[in-house]
Design a binder for this molecule. Structure first.
Ligand SMILES: C[S@@+](CC[C@H](N)C(=O)[O-])C[C@H]1O[C@@H](n2cnc3c(N)ncnc32)[C@H](O)[C@@H]1O
Length: 199
């Protein structure tokens, strides 16, 4: 993976204004975790993969040791309502059927404090090099794939993003972009949303 994918950098000043502790979902081997820790933030990181969490613990400086929790996003989140002011979820919300995807968005909302921020990245339906075309559809824009983390992968268009994040959220940024992360260009949505003060 390339060092060029520093998507969090532009959001760090806002994140630091809001909190000192971030929940990072699907943290994998700690790429964003390390960036957040370098910025002086405490991170609670979750992932389904014990191996990824071990690597994350190895990669992130011991001085800012993240709290790492093995967790399947399809299960209720092991955090109380309103526990976090900021939640980060990069490229980990796309493995699920639509009902599970909506439940996960609901859990994110529940765990955010009123006014809290979600920063996430979602595969775009234009992500043609990484599965958005050529596979058998299980649901609209959700395919049986030959994937590294799952054999199912979802791709989002603007309508799906608006359906997933309804009136309980206000939009800070919803931008479709091509990122330089893997060998070929990858097309994603960078979505930053604020939980309504009362929802
Ligand atoms: C493409 S990686 C993204 C990692 C990291 N957020 C990043 O942007 O570099 C997807 C991550 O989602 C995790 N994942 C896949 N299915 C999951 C599930 N059901 N629950 C929790 N994490 C899951 C994988 O183990 C993997 O670490």
């Amino acid at each position: 993976m390339k060092e060029t994918d520093r998507w969090l950098d532009r959001w760090l000043p806002l994140v630091k204004e809001m909190t000192s502790t971030v929940l990072e979902l699907g943290c994998n081997a700690g790429r964003d975790t390390a960036r957040l820790a370098e910025a002086g933030l405490h991170v609670v990181g979750t992932d389904i993969s014990a191996e990824a969490l071990r690597e994350c613990a190895r990669v992130v400086p011991a001085t800012s040791a993240p709290v790492l929790v093995r967790h399947d996003l399809r299960e209720p989140f092991p955090f109380a309502d309103g526990s976090f002011d900021v939640i980060v979820a990069s490229l980990c919300l796309h493995y699920f059927g639509w009902d599970d995807t909506c439940r996960i968005a609901g859990e994110i909302l529940r765990c955010l404090s009123p006014g809290g921020l979600l920063l996430c990245r979602l595969n775009s339906t234009r992500d043609v090099h990484y599965g958005a075309t050529g596979f058998q559809a299980l649901e609209p824009n959700y395919y049986q794939v030959d994937g590294r983390y799952s054999d199912r992968k979802r791709f989002f268009d603007r309508a799906a993003i608006d359906a997933l994040f309804g009136a309980e959220w206000t939009r800070v940024a919803v931008e479709e972009m091509t990122i330089d992360r893997y060998e070929k260009p990858k097309c994603v949505w960078e979505v930053v949303l604020r939980k309504a003060a009362r929802s």
